[in-house]
Write a protein that binds this ligand. Structure first.
Ligand code: SF4
Ligand code: SF4
Length: 165
């Protein structure tokens, strides 16, 4: 499968969306809460603003930030991981037999957009690509991808990370 599923046209200066083009209209995604890869790959990078939101959950900065991979440009480090590579905020709900995020409302943008990632194409266009290993891709329980899906799940984190593209 081609990994390019949609293209978003933006007004970068105003941070507004001008158009959403779905490239693969048959594409489906619905998370299976399996956490097979997404939360067990080592912690995602986080920005200063994202760290501030996690602080609102009652954690101290040193509890969750590993600053050794601090790459600048607003990135303060990565979320800390357990020895097995799983994120320290990953929780397993034995009752429902699914994984959950312990800071769901304040999780970093990389977590919000997974299994998608953005690539700046031209001055005002951003490609939405899929990360192929996710278990929820082409999940038959999901609806086909449309512009509403992009609006609901991807636009806000895109606008918040646009300066990093
Ligand atoms: S994003 Fe994909 S890999 Fe992660 S829990 Fe959902 S289905 Fe599983
Ligand atoms: S913050 Fe939550 S969603 Fe992100 S990697 Fe950790 S457990 Fe997964």
């Amino acid at each position: 499968m081609d990994n390019h599923v949609a293209t978003i046209t933006l007004d970068f200066s105003q941070k507004t969306v001008k158009d959403i083009q779905i490239i693969q209209k048959k594409f489906r995604f619905k998370c299976k809460r399996c956490s097979t890869l997404c939360c067990k790959l080592g912690g995602p990078t986080i920005t200063k603003d994202e760290a501030q939101k996690i602080l609102q959950s009652g954690y101290e900065f040193d509890d969750f930030v590993d600053p050794t991979k601090n790459s600048g440009n607003g990135i303060v480090g990565t979320l800390k991981s357990n020895k097995d590579g799983s994120c320290i905020f990953l929780r397993f709900d034995q009752t429902q037999n699914i994984y959950k995020c312990g800071i769901y409302r304040h999780r970093p943008n990389l977590c919000k957009i997974y299994p998608f990632k953005f690539e700046k194409l031209e001055t005002n266009k951003v490609a939405v690509h899929i990360i192929p290993c996710c278990q929820g891709l082409n999940n038959p329980e999901a609806q086909e991808m449309n512009s509403q899906f992009v609006t609901d799940f991807l636009i806000e984190p895109l606008l918040q990370t646009i300066n990093l593209l």
